[in-house]
Design a protein around this ligand. Structure first.
Ligand code: OAD
Length: 250
């Protein structure tokens, strides 16, 4: 079967990575993630924003994929044609074994110069020393070529998605027979529009999320489960039940 998994921060929650809309902790407790994830915030206070991303990158580097990431990847081993489309900036899908992962919002474990776009190795976002528990303000390093600051290689609010990843995501959704939406609040566009695109084409959409989202009333089915339980159920269902039967979604 041709499958697309559209994932959000909730799939990495059971790996110990807070979701985007969870309250922040430590040094960041009085900030709102949506207000830190902008170019304006970076230009106004680069040490605050770079320090926040360094802290998040260290957390991701120390985390391990959970059973949901592995079950997503195993769908390809089960014989399905699988594309993973993720809003996540972590690399846990890849480390969980997924081969084709489209990152709509960039990557946390990479950075680039805001002036000339240069990338350096090893990447400064993971440089020693690791941020202390709770995080710390830290000035971003400057580029030896143009003197401007490094920024995380993620998509900030107000910025465009990488067009290659977006075009490939739309094509995969158009071609799939089942879209599985797991661990996303379905609040952020344009990613939140992909399930509607599938539904308009008559493709069933299964939402796996312990909480209801704006997608829930429109989805073909909503399984109110954590990602690990939901993906385990989905893999078992695909092995035993035809997805064209309504019983598949019960
Ligand atoms: P959010 O933090 O908005 O939503 C996380 C979702 O995961 C919520 O709907 C939770 O109910 C759900 N959730 C929590 N624990 C879960 C679990 N164990 N299993 C399954 N689901 C669980 O994260 P995203 O939807 O990914 O973009 O946020 C989308 C985008 O908003 C992010 O990529 C980020 C932010 O703006 C940018 O920074 C551009």
């Amino acid at each position: 079967m041709r499958l697309v998994v559209l994932s959000g921060a909730g799939i990495s929650a059971e790996s110990g990575i807070p979701t985007f809309r969870d309250a922040l902790t430590g040094l960041w407790a009085c900030f709102d993630a949506e207000r830190l994830a902008t170019e304006d915030a970076f230009r106004a206070d680069p040490a605050l924003v770079w320090g926040w991303y360094r802290w998040r990158a260290a957390m991701v580097a120390a985390a391990v994929p959970n059973a949901a990431h592995m079950d997503v990847a195993a769908l390809a081993d089960d014989g399905h044609a699988l594309t993973v489309v993720t809003q996540n900036v972590d690399d846990l899908h890849e480390r969980g074994g997924a081969r084709e992962v489209l990152h709509l919002h960039g990557r946390l474990l990479a950075s680039r110069c805001i002036g000339c776009g240069a990338r350096v190795m090893p990447d400064p976002i993971l440089a020693a020393p690791a941020p202390p528990e709770g995080g710390a303000r830290e000035m971003p390093p400057t580029c030896v070529q143009c003197g401007q600051a490094f920024r995380p290689d993620v998509v900030w609010f107000g910025e465009s998605l990488p067009s290659d990843a977006w075009d490939a995501a739309e094509a995969a959704v158009d071609a799939c027979e089942l879209l599985i939406v797991v661990g996303t609040s379905s609040l952020v566009w344009p990613a939140a529009g992909l399930p509607d695109r599938a539904l308009r084409a008559g493709t069933p959409v299964l939402e796996i999320n312990p909480h209801a989202t704006p997608l829930t009333p429109r989805a073909t089915a909503h399984w109110s489960l954590a990602a690990t339980a939901g993906m385990a159920r989905l893999r078992a269902r695909l092995q035993t039940t035809d997805a064209s039967h309504t019983a598949f979604f019960d």
